[in-house]
Design a protein around this ligand. Structure first.
Ligand SMILES: C[S@@+](CC[C@H](N)C(=O)[O-])C[C@H]1O[C@@H](n2cnc3c(N)ncnc32)[C@H](O)[C@@H]1O
Length: 270
């Protein structure tokens, strides 16, 4: 160990790889050794430990309750932004929302929502287009920290690039004084969304049945077996003819499960 950076042995890396795979289904390749080292080092410092093995032992022993969740929070990658992959929002705006029956509640799940930008982007679009027609958004993630950000709806001003100007005016408040440099999603919108912790690798329980599920930029972290299992579970939570959106860089190749593709990275339940 140098003074500046802890080093991780192959066996220690394998132990964390097994942990995050078992808990979250995330499949870390050998190249992710540096990522594990840099993200977990602060926990070794926090507990004044000398090695990753000691941190792993502490985490698994269970007498520091919550430490496994801390490690999960540190090992997940939460990159996201407002109106990411605009083609999906265009599809909703041009094809799906104009045909949505007036008094039927549109039920949507942002199933790996990270810090909430995806869910709030959907909310802005629905509020703007559906007017007083009912809609619900449920948003979830495995990471407890990003969910707190999502619930607060408070973002750094420099994150707003993708938000159309008319939505910025309609749904976002510019921070002043101690909130200068931040943007707050307005209260009406914040109150409409429900954020909750859901681990997609575990049985989903009673999350509801949805017309649309966004599952974007999370499948890339899973191996084929986990992907299959997660898609199967999610399709059960879709209404017949409901839509599943995945990231444009992801694929459902060899995973059919009663879905047909209707547009790039958009599937419909048969
Ligand atoms: C890269 S972000 C994608 C966020 C958003 N969907 C988007 O496309 O911008 C991936 C998210 O998946 C979450 N995640 C990873 N494994 C998960 C699991 N097993 N269950 C639920 N969420 C998971 C991570 O915590 C992270 O916030």
């Amino acid at each position: 160990m140098s003074i500046f950076q802890f080093e991780i042995t192959d066996n220690e890396f394998k132990a964390f790889r097994t942990f995050i795979y078992d808990e979250a289904g995330i499949n870390l390749s050998d190249e992710k050794k540096t990522l594990v080292t840099s993200r977990l080092s602060k926990r070794l410092r926090h507990y004044s430990l000398q090695s990753f093995q000691q941190y792993h032992d502490l985490m698994m022993a269970g007498n520091h309750s919550g430490e496994q969740q801390v490690a999960i929070d540190l090992l997940t990658t939460n990159e996201t932004y407002f109106f990411r992959e605009p083609k999906h929002f265009n599809f909703l705006e041009k094809q799906l929302l104009p045909k949505w029956p007036a008094n039927k509640t549109l039920k949507v799940w942002s199933a790996a929502s990270s810090s909430g930008e995806e869910a709030y982007s959907l909310a802005m679009l629905f509020d703007d287009m559906l007017g007083s027609n009912p809609w619900d958004i449920f948003a979830s993630d495995i990471n407890s920290q990003v969910l707190k950000t999502a619930q607060n709806g408070l973002y750094l001003q420099n994150r707003i690039d993708g938000i159309p100007k008319k939505f910025l005016r309609k749904y976002c408040l510019k921070g002043v004084d101690e909130h200068a440099g931040y943007l707050l999603i307005n209260k009406n919108l914040r109150q409409k969304l429900i954020f909750s912790q859901v681990n997609l690798k575990r049985p989903l329980g009673n999350v509801g049945i949805f017309d649309i599920i966004f599952l974007r930029n999370v499948l890339i972290y899973f191996d084929m077996e986990t992907k299959r299992k997660i898609i199967r579970q999610l399709v059960e939570k879709l209404q017949p003819k409901g839509y599943l959106f995945i990231g444009h860089s992801e694929s459902l190749k060899d995973i059919h499960d009663g879905l047909k593709i209707v547009s790039p990275a958009i599937y419909q339940k048969l």
